[in-house]
Design a protein around this ligand. Structure first.
Ligand code: CTP
Length: 422
């Protein structure tokens, strides 16, 4: 993966510090970001980045260099951001001719994505010969850059010197990543994908309620082999467990995600462990549970496995086929019954009598918190509706997308944990 992964935790912690020093206001809702686009083929990814940030409720003001306009049009960015795009330092429509001051004072952060080698050189030397470089120089807020260039340009001693200078100046650098480049060469210099950048950027604006906490999450279905090609599984998509992982990362937690087979991409920053069967999931959980503060069992673990799976494909030979099934270990119950268990959160998908069944499960497994949902509303869908059951009673989280619900759930858990530690 990218070279910046090793810097993530230090970077995020440092970033929060910088945000707190440079801005006394809480910037979670109504966050305003200047998205600066410079000239490079990765400029097309800035369109997706703007869309993702806006979807998260961020107000995005786009500023483009002249070179950027050769790669993506201001019209596209205006359409996506819903605001006029600034490209010109000498824009006569700005009444006081102080676009650089007005814009940078109104921003909570400036994000340059992509940041070309040329623009990085300008930043490193404090040049201010166009609107974007001028507002970077005039800023009173954090500056985050996502470099994007050919691998030789990235490795060039001048670029490396400039990057080192920017780091020393407190500029935050996301990426670059390595991989196939637009020029056909392969190596370090690709801009991080928009999804990853949006996630990294959002982390800065969260209050970090779970920073320093270790969280273990199970997600997705399990797959219990019948033979070499067939198995028993279920329709869990893994979306809720992955959304919870992302929400926990956003709050500054360290997350291990033990996942059954899904089609999802592991949220950036989580440690992923891929498993198939319930037995493998239990093994992975045993390996990672030590030192965990919170365990969240979101996986739809198969209750039974095939007693004797066949190593070879079973041939059609009779009119009926009987499979003997054995009960699987209960992973959540195992963790909850450890001598010093982490704070355990279970999920219950019910098709009826949600409140009764969920509360029964919570007591049976001795869980401080159980999250109930209706199976028919949840499976495979992007939206859900949750009810949280704990010693304080029940608490409904109304219908919303799974990431929004996951964020509310993580806030609830953070409150409970802080309450218990007091
Ligand atoms: N769970 C687990 N290991 C299992 C079974 C379930 O860790 N072998 C966890 C799930 O991740 C979830 C919760 O337990 O957090 C679900 O509880 P459970 O009673 O097993 O739910 P169902 O399987 O839905 O139970 P039932 O089929 O009886 O409704």
């Amino acid at each position: 993966m990218s070279s910046h992964n090793g810097h993530d935790n230090r970077f995020l912690a440092k970033m929060r510090g910088i945000m707190e020093q440079e801005s006394s206001k809480r910037i979670v809702p109504n966050t305003r970001i200047i998205l600066g686009i410079t000239g490079g083929i990765a400029a097309y990814k800035a369109a997706e980045l703007a869309r993702l940030l806006i979807k998260q409720g961020v107000e995005v003001q786009v500023v483009m260099t002249e070179a950027a306009c050769h790669f993506i049009t201001p019209t596209t960015m205006q359409g996506l951001s819903g605001k006029p795009v600034y490209t010109d330092q000498w824009d006569a429509s700005v009444p006081n001719s102080m676009a650089h001051i007005n814009l940078s004072r109104a921003a909570d952060a400036i994000v340059i994505a992509p940041a070309s080698g040329d623009f990085i050189a300008k930043l490193a030397h404090g040049l201010a010969d166009d609107l974007l470089s001028t507002l970077c120089l005039a800023r009173a807020c954090p500056l985050i850059i996502a470099p994007a260039m050919n691998r030789e340009m990235w490795l060039n001693a001048a670029t490396q010197r400039n990057i080192a200078q920017l780091r020393a100046d407190g500029v935050q650098i996301l990426g670059p990543d390595s991989g196939i480049q637009a020029c056909g060469e392969e190596g370090m210099g690709r801009m991080l994908e928009a999804q990853q950048l949006a996630q990294d950027i959002m982390v800065f604006f969260q209050p970090g309620l779970l920073s320093g906490k270790k969280i273990l999450v199970t997600a997705g279905p399990t797959y219990e082999a019948i033979d070499a090609v067939r198995g028993i599984t279920n329709r869990s998509s893994g979306k809720m467990g992955y959304a919870i992982t992302q929400a926990a990362l956003e709050q500054g937690a360290e997350v291990v995600l033990v996942s059954g087979p899904t089609a999802l991409v592991k949220p950036h920053g989580a440690q992923g462990v891929n498993v198939e069967s319930a037995a493998q999931m239990l093994d992975a959980v045993k390996r990672h549970v030590a030192g965990c503060d919170i365990f969240i069992g979101v996986a739809a673990v198969a209750d039974y496995r095939v007693a004797q799976p066949s190593a070879q494909k079973i041939k059609k030979s009779a009119n009926t086929l009987t499979l003997e099934l054995l009960p699987n270990p209960d992973i959540l119950a195992y963790v909850a019954s450890l001598p010093k268990p982490p704070y355990c959160v279970g999920f219950a998908a019910e098709s009826e009598n949600l409140a009764d069944y969920a509360e029964q499960k919570r007591r049976a497994k001795k869980l401080p918190l159980l999250v109930g949902n209706l199976a028919q509303q949840a499976i495979g869908s992007d939206d859900n509706e949750l009810v949280l059951f704990d010693d304080g009673g029940s608490h409904a989280l109304p219908r919303a997308d799974k990431l929004t619900l996951a964020r509310q759930l993580m806030q609830h858990i953070a409150q409970r944990i802080t309450g218990e530690q007091r």
